[in-house]
Design a protein around this ligand. Sequence first.
Ligand SMILES: *Cc1c(COP(=O)(O)O)cnc(C)c1O
Length: 378
Amino acid sequence: MKFATRLIHGSHAVDPATGALSIPVYQTSTFAQQSVDHFGRYDYARSGNPTREALEEAVADLEGGSRAFAFGSGMAAISSTLMLFAPGDHLVVCEDVYGGAFRVMTRLFGQWGLEVTFVDATSLAAIEGAIRPETRAIYLESPSNPLLKITDLQGAAEIARRRGLLTLVDSTFMTPYLQRPLELGCDIVLHSGTKFLNGHSDVVCGFAVVKDEELGRRIGFVQNAFGAILGPQDCWLTLRGLRTLKIRMEESQRSAIRVAAWLDAHPRVTRVYYPGLESHPGHAVHASQASGPGAVLSFELESYEVTKRLLEGVDLAAFAVSLGGVESILSYPAKMSHAAMPPSERASRGISDTLVRLSVGLEDVDDLIDDLARLIGG
Ligand SMILES: *Cc1c(COP(=O)(O)O)cnc(C)c1O
């Protein structure tokens, strides 16, 4: 079955117990047992819940994995996965990693003795050069946030395999519709399902997905032990959002391509970061590993004054944290997604005070461009 068909008719399509076309919300914390010797499939809902399982199976299938794990947020998925590592272990991490991931690695896991080195992951040589004897994994985002830098995922996974390391990829911007890192040889795919996977700006959730069964068993152990699970109501909403993933991504991406071209030609826009533009340095690598450039782009405006006017005056995009909703969302990385990063770190990564990130939603693209033109200038 092709992707769109799997979204509709995958294992999560029908409730096995009743035939309901919508998996029920199993709003329960525990399950009655029949036998002292053999517990049923479900015992306690932290360990397993049928609604969550349906969602996890759906996401595993879409990523080409064997197991997926649903967590209470993208950060819970990332943090739980980092529990695979131990004090003294070292990770090589892409430098413009999501601000929350930067924070949890440097402030919390750092406290427990996990070491990280941030590198410009557009260069495989830089990744390889940062590997030490204690290195256990390479942690990547491609496209990265907010500068949409591209890493050769297959190349990075090959380096990791040769050195006995795991490759972790936060693939939130792409979703499995556009990019499937497990098929490129990566080991763990992470998602903030809050964004495109759920897609309606009404749930905070996250996923870790793996192909390798032993790795699945280890993350399953962490999920149950650490307990940062997603509740059944949010699982149901995410299952519902997921069904329209393809048409939402297609439409938002089509509009994003138009908006990016319009911004790119605009005299007050000094730079556009979008892998769909041929001028993007990662354009060819991205095209070789993903089936489209996605619906998130960032751009640099000529002055702080224009930046502020745009963020405060925009009508057809919400000025907000987040991305991947049905509504366009304009955000300001310096004070939102990357506020957790010290100003000097931000500056060295190119996250300036005139950088704006746009997640293109499902509005008519002409209206969206008119709204941007009204504030940036025609
Ligand atoms: C939003 C986001 C996260 C964090 O996810 P939450 O669901 O907000 O916890 C992680 N990575 C990326 C790329 C994101 O955009």
